[in-house]
Design a protein around this ligand. Structure first.
Ligand code: TXA
Ligand code: MG
Length: 354
């Protein structure tokens, strides 16, 4: 398949006539059952018409994703939600008015309008109303209900720039819209609103505390906080191997001096064995590491910067052929909880305490 790759300059409304026309054409592709990858404020999405079962099947095929792993349906107007959910409870309305448009996905009982292909056979549907202007315009032109997982091949880190989408999906989708780098860099927070109290299934930019402030009591899926839990995660996608770089990633936890010493010792041994070594470092300690590629993700106090850079850095290690990667461990509160959740998955839960 010939994939059209088009740059858009659409960080804000109103768009230029040229961008408006590109988004209109992209919307036509969606309405005709095609696939369009597009920027959102979290990560790039791989969009298809969420109400068309054939489009959802195409999404699974393009990503190489198991079809029991449901898709998120993206909307661009709050009033549109009525068509796809059976019930929009008071608590969900509150969360919507606090956090939509934005990086929050809500699980709600689905209506018959949503085909089971889109929800992986579940009787609930994941709904998100993104804030990214181009995403919203595309959804509008695409018919209002765009199913979109992250625009990576299954198992790879979610793409935070169009070049990573191109790496994974060129030739597999109709169109890729390049809207520059993702502002948040981690996927949306998922909260299950079909249960009481609401339960966080995937941590993200909207944190536990932010949700609690609006909703009162909120639960959190144990598999997020206890990585060794035997329980299956409630978001089917969370059980799959994820975000994995090609190199072997180990998280090193402990007092800063000890972490640096351990990483340098291991990296020296790896190098002697012919490996190419990399470190995911905070600005605070980056200078102390000795490895082939030391990548800074930001200051330890700036969780937003760490979140934004994590997936990009994992992709860069792949591009540079790094075979052994070590990472500092980060706070597991606030946004750091989302960072650690993704990092632990990328590391296959390989953590060394020093
Ligand atoms: O930020 C995001 O959410 C991005 C952008 C493109 O919007 N999308 C995204 O989609 O991360 P995806 O497909 O990569 O992740 C969706 C997650 C999966 O873990 C899936 O299992 C879960 O949401 N999910 C979807 N529908 C669900 C449902 N009905 N019940 C429980 N989990 C669900
Ligand atoms: Mg994904």
């Amino acid at each position: 398949m010939d994939t059209k790759i088009i740059r858009i300059e659409s960080e804000q409304f109103p768009f230029s006539p040229k961008d408006e026309e590109i988004l209109r054409q992209a919307g036509e592709v969606l309405k005709n059952g095609g696939l369009v990858a597009f920027p959102t404020e979290t990560v790039y999405g791989l969009g298809g018409d969420g109400l068309n079962r054939e489009s959802s099947k195409k999404i699974y095929a393009a990503k190489g994703r198991p079809s029991d792993n449901p898709l998120i349906v993206h909307i661009c107007r709050l009033e549109d939600i009525g068509r796809i959910v059976k019930d929009f409870p008071e608590a969900a309305k509150k969360a919507a008015s606090a956090f939509w448009p934005g990086p929050l996905t809500m699980i709600l009982p689905k209506s018959d309008a949503v085909p089971s292909e889109t929800t992986g056979g579940l009787d609930t549907v994941a709904v998100r109303f993104p804030s990214h202007p181009a995403a919203r315009k595309l959804i509008e032109y695409g018919g209002g209900y765009v199913a979109a997982p992250s625009a990576n091949l299954s198992g790879k880190p979610s793409p935070t720039a169009a070049k990573y989408v191109i790496e994974d999906l060129d030739g597999r989708v109709d169109m890729i819209l390049d809207g520059g780098g993702s502002v948040i860099g981690l996927e949306s927070t998922i909260v299950d609103m079909s249960v009481t109290p609401p339960r966080i299934l995937r941590p993200g930019f909207i944190t536990f505390r932010m949700l609690e402030a609006v909703l009162g009591k909120v639960d959190i899926d144990v598999t997020i906080i206890e990585p060794d839990s035997d329980q299956a995660p409630k978001a089917p996608g969370m059980k799959y191997r994820h975000y994995a770089p090609k190199g072997i990633l180990t998280i090193v936890e402990g007092a800063p001096g000890k972490v640096v010493e351990y990483v340098n010792r291991k990296a020296a041994m790896d190098k002697a064995a012919g490996e190419k070594t990399g470190v995911i470092a905070s600005d605070d300690y980056a200078k102390g590491y000795r490895a082939d590629a030391v990548k800074r993700v930001g200051s330890r106090r700036e969780e937003e910067s760490i979140a934004r850079n994590l997936f990009t850095v994992l992709r860069e290690f792949d591009d540079e052929g790094v075979t052994k990667i070590y990472s500092e461990s980060f706070e597991s509160q606030g946004l750091g909880q989302a960072v650690m959740n993704r990092l632990l998955k990328a590391a296959g839960h390989r953590v060394v305490k020093v």
